[in-house]
Write a protein that binds this ligand. Structure first.
Ligand code: HEM
Ligand SMILES: *[C@@H]1O[C@H](CO)[C@@H](O)[C@H](O)[C@H]1NC(C)=O
Ligand SMILES: *[C@@H]1O[C@H](CO)[C@@H](O)[C@H](O)[C@H]1NC(C)=O
Ligand SMILES: *[C@@H]1O[C@H](CO)[C@@H](O)[C@H](O)[C@H]1NC(C)=O
Ligand SMILES: *[C@@H]1O[C@H](CO)[C@@H](O)[C@H](O)[C@H]1NC(C)=O
Ligand SMILES: *[C@@H]1O[C@H](CO)[C@@H](O)[C@H](O)[C@H]1NC(C)=O
Length: 317
């Protein structure tokens, strides 16, 4: 039995992560059409630019993992401060203009009501549903943070991480092993630059030139896309052959040794995650249900109950 003081300490540690004030009906009185406005704006933007859905999904993950889901990822750098979006793993962060368009439309309908943090959370749900994935009710009522620091993006998990490191990174945010495996399924959408996985293709280790967990034929095709030296900074690979459809192909790819990142591939061979990967590969409905549940948990990470609703998502009030 753990001593009482230990239990009390754990309760105090966990309490700030639980948030009673978020609610599905948060804007029902103050901005009843908020979610329609967000959906319409995002659908229009995705029609003009097919990269938008993947970018908005990844934006939510980066926001929540650094300082909690507080829209810190949206703040622009200032002369005094380099912001998160100018930190290192930001290459494919984009589509900030879509959030700006949503905010402009919301400010017309209901001024200073809907937080930028809630916009990002709702946008992530909408792009998943729009791409053929599950739908869930987003809890709302997050406030916007006033701090964003480029150097804190070192705390994002890296694509070279093994499962132990990934589990630790997720546990630091109150997320469980199942959440890690389900949320990694976000890689059913989108694209990666060569720089995020080329360490697996050449000089991998003192024994293996190529990462032995990579399917050999797949490794060959990645090498063709990412020749060394790589002069095309935009070269890369779709994360999934059906990269604009939200489906469970990501898990099937991993089982075939075709996970693009070492982090993705490592989930198959670890005893804590391998069975979950196989369950999601075998049953898309289970994956959809668990993904939705884990996105709700991700949306609760480090939420601010008190704070401001920014007028412009790029700057503090
Ligand atoms: C488990 C740890 C994770 C790692 C190590 C990781 C790493 C990466 C990396 C390196 C890229 C490619 C960046 C580039 O080269 O352009 C990427 C892309 C992406 N990630 Fe993750 N990620 C993780 C978890 C997640 C989660 C939880 C989500 C959302 C639920 C997500 C959604 C995405 C999406 C949609 C893209 C494609 C972005 C685009 O096409 O613009 N990732 N991720
Ligand atoms: C639709 O998206 C395009 C491209 O981003 C933009 O120029 C246009 O103003 C948008 N239209 C509406 C009605 O939001
Ligand atoms: C990403 O970070 C680099 C280095 O800090 C910066 O030069 C670049 O402008 C950033 N890119 C984006 C899209 O914000
Ligand atoms: C980031 O820099 C600030 C000072 O600007 C410092 O207080 C903080 O500890 C740094 N954080 C990390 C993760 O390096
Ligand atoms: C995961 O990586 C860490 C850091 O490189 C290392 O210490 C650990 O042994 C690795 N774990 C496994 C299971 O490979
Ligand atoms: C592999 O690493 C060795 C020693 O660090 C280096 O001399 C060699 O050029 C590298 N090869 C490639 C293909 O990068």
């Amino acid at each position: 039995m753990a001593p009482f003081s230990t239990i009390l300490f754990l309760v105090l540690l966990i309490a700030p992560l639980c948030n009673a004030t978020l609610g599905v009906q948060y804007y029902d009185q103050t901005c009843p059409h908020a979610e329609d406005i967000i959906y319409q704006t995002i659908r229009n933007a995705s029609f003009f630019d097919s990269k938008v859905p993947a970018r908005l999904l990844r934006m939510f993950f980066h926001d929540c993992f650094i300082r909690g889901c507080d829209a810190s990822v949206l703040l622009d750098s200032t002369p005094e401060n380099k912001a998160e979006k100018d930190g290192q793993p930001n290459l494919s962060l984009g589509a900030f203009y879509v959030i700006d368009a949503v905010k402009t439309n919301l400010e017309k309908a209901c001024p200073t009501t809907v937080s930028c943090a809630d916009i990002v959370a709702i946008a992530a749900r909408d792009v998943v549903a729009m791409s053929g994935g599950p739908y869930w009710n987003v809890l709302k009522g997050r406030k916007d943070g006033r701090v964003s620091r480029a150097n804190e993006t070192v705390n994002l998990p890296a694509p070279s991480f093994n499962t132990s490191q990934l589990i630790q990174s997720f546990a630091n945010r109150g997320l469980a092993v199942k959440d890690l495996v389900a949320l990694s399924g976000g890689h059913t959408l989108g694209f990666s630059h060569c720089s995020s996985f080329e360490g697996r293709l050449h000089n991998f280790s003192s024994v293996h030139d190529t990462d032995p967990s990579l399917n050999a034929v797949f490794a060959q095709s990645l090498k063709q896309k990412c020749p060394k030296p790589n002069s095309d900074r935009n070269a890369g690979q779709l994360l999934d052959p059906t990269s604009s459809v939200f489906d469970n192909n990501y898990y099937k790819q991993i089982i075939s040794g075709k996970g693009v990142f070492a982090s993705d591939q490592s989930l198959l061979n670890d005893y804590r995650t391998g069975l979950i990967v196989k369950a999601f590969a075998n049953d898309q409905a289970t994956f959809f249900r668990e993904f939705a549940a884990s996105m709700i948990k991700l949306g609760n990470v480090g939420v601010l109950e008190h704070g401001e609703v920014r007028l412009n998502c790029r700057a503090v009030n």
